[in-house]
Design a protein around this ligand. Structure first.
Ligand code: BG6
Length: 513
């Protein structure tokens, strides 16, 4: 077949691996589309990474014209893109953007969508891959997937490199049962190789670098185990409150919103065994394996491994902020947690006995996502802690965001005539070494999905393994309702009980109090 090129994108794509693509975004008038997806696609365009024949169709319930959709997307790029709009590039992308509207469960709407894409293929004179990005609220995931199946869109060009793909946003289920059901439905319509379950943390540069830090260096892996590691602390803290997302957030809470997905991915990448190769299945096999090795959590009594809490009013950046119950859209009888902390014990050869403390919360003292590996102390023969020496823990901190980098804390002699010690820090900062303005997570993930590389996406069994561990916690909290729900002041490091979770084992959070 004679290859034809879209006149505007002609010759622009330096990413030869990306097949001609029609991307359809369900939930096109939503917040994620405006804040993340369209700016990411535009920035791929700036970097010449969009395929030569690229078209985008926004799909939503609201009926709006192509032109209005394009104007709205232009406004969102202006507001949210990491790089300013370049008119000549934006014009090219803008011209290949269209809008289609229908109810998500209306099969006719999908038949017209199929015709629209067939029309694009006819005008290009070549086949395209269809990418369906489901970025809607989860209550319509099901009808969308069903209609993609029934309309034949899911099976288009199957068994060729142009097979359709589906990208599905979180939340992937709300517990184990619903995640299993969703997986069953998806796998009845798509092959697993067509499915890209997104967790945007995997698209972050620092998270991708975890594999490189661990497995491209010889100095860390020998001490990355129970012989040398005292505990691991993973913190994903936000200063933001729930803002205008109260309606969604109250049905979710910190465990579902942040722990089940983002934080568990950080646990998996930190704790997993070296994969046999870098292919997606080998990496994902190791991630599932380690999540499955986590011991079931104790939910009650002295040995409880879980803490939950919600914020009360307090100060953020010196300004008074509301408590969770006063936020817009939150029912007064809410028992949703805005903070969760867990102690995970991994029952395998490498980690037996090493606690992995993980926590995530809104309205915390600082915005920080970090993985801290705290090493055991040396035998206190020469520089004993009890004596006059102030020996500190060796800690390696992988700072996911902000101020992305790696810090190693170690003891050093303070220059002078007597032997005094002080903890000092060795820093590597991405911005200093590589400059700032690195691609956003969504840029990498959308590009990978277009290429068909699923390494940075979650496999079905992986999400189920994580839900299997956490669903009992949610059931337990559901039963308790608001009983025993702790509180913490907005702008603090969480409830006192969360400090006790660590102090029972003689540990303490890196930032607390
Ligand atoms: C989303 C959660 O998945 O991640 C939000 O739904 C949260 O509640 C966000 O604010 C945090 O992402 P990031 O990239 O800002 O750390």
């Amino acid at each position: 077949m004679e290859e034809s090129r879209h006149p505007f994108l002609e010759g622009l794509s330096k990413h030869r691996g990306v097949a001609p693509t029609v991307a359809v975004i369900f939930g096109a008038s939503g917040d994620l589309t405006a804040r993340k997806l369209i700016p990411a696609i535009y920035n791929l365009g700036v970097d010449n990474l969009l395929p030569n024949d690229f078209h985008l169709i926004g799909f939503g319930r609201k009926a709006i014209s192509d032109e209005d959709f394009r104007d709205a997307m232009e406004a969102s790029i202006k507001e949210h893109s990491r790089r300013p709009i370049k008119p000549e590039i934006w014009q090219r992308v803008r011209d290949v953007m269209f809008y289609a509207s229908a109810d998500y469960g209306d099969l006719e709407g999908y038949k017209s969508l199929a015709e629209q894409i067939d029309g694009i293929e006819a005008s290009l004179g070549r086949k395209v891959q269809r990418i369906f990005y489901i970025s809607t609220p989860p209550n319509v995931f099901e009808p969308i997937i069903q209609c993609l199946g029934e309309s034949g869109l899911a099976q288009a060009n199957i068994d060729t490199p142009l097979a359709s793909k589906v990208i599905i946003e979180k939340p992937f289920g709300k517990d184990l049962k619903s995640a299993e059901n969703l997986n069953q439905l998806i796998n009845s319509v798509f092959e697993e190789s067509q499915v890209f379950r997104i967790d945007h943390y995997l698209g972050k540069e620092t998270v991708q670098d975890l594999l490189v830090q661990r497995f491209a260096n010889a100095i860390f892996e020998p001490i990355w185990n129970r012989e040398y590691v005292e505990c691991v602390q993973i913190t994903v803290a936000e200063k933001l409150g729930v803002g205008s997302r109260g309606g969604y957030y109250d049905t979710s809470g910190a465990l579902r919103d942040m722990i089940q997905n983002h934080t568990m991915q950080l646990v998996a990448l930190t704790a997993m065994e070296p994969p046999v190769s870098l292919d997606p299945e080998s990496i994902r096999d190791e991630k599932v394996k380690v999540i499955r090795s986590i011991q079931p959590l104790n939910l009650e009594g002295e040995e409880s491994d879980v803490v939950r809490a919600r914020y009360t009013n307090g100060l953020i950046n010196g300004e008074a902020v509301k408590g969770y119950l006063e936020e817009e859209g939150i029912p007064e009888e809410s028992s949703t947690e805005t903070y969760a902390a867990l102690r995970l014990m991994i029952n395998n050869w490498r980690w037996k006995g090493v606690p992995f403390y993980i926590r995530s919360g809104k309205r915390m003292a600082r915005r920080t996502s970090e993985i801290a590996i705290r090493f055991k102390r040396p035998p206190g023969i020469l520089f004993s802690e009890e004596g006059r020496y102030n020996v500190s823990d060796n800690t390696m901190v992988i700072q996911i965001q902000p101020n992305e980098g790696v810090t190693i804390v170690m003891n050093s002699k303070v220059p002078g005539l007597e032997t005094r010690m002080q903890p000092v820090k060795m820093h590597f900062r991405y911005a200093t070494t590589f400059g700032s303005n690195t691609p956003e997570a969504y840029e990498r993930l959308i590009l990978d999905a277009m290429i068909g590389d699923s390494t940075l996406f979650i496999r079905g069994d992986e999400t189920e393994a994580s839900w299997k561990l956490l669903s009992p916690v949610l059931e337990h909290w559901d039963k308790l309702g608001a009983k025993e729900l702790e509180t913490y002041v907005a702008g603090s490091w969480g409830p006192a009980l969360s400090d006790e979770l660590l102090s029972k084992k003689n540990h303490e959070w890196r930032h607390s109090g």
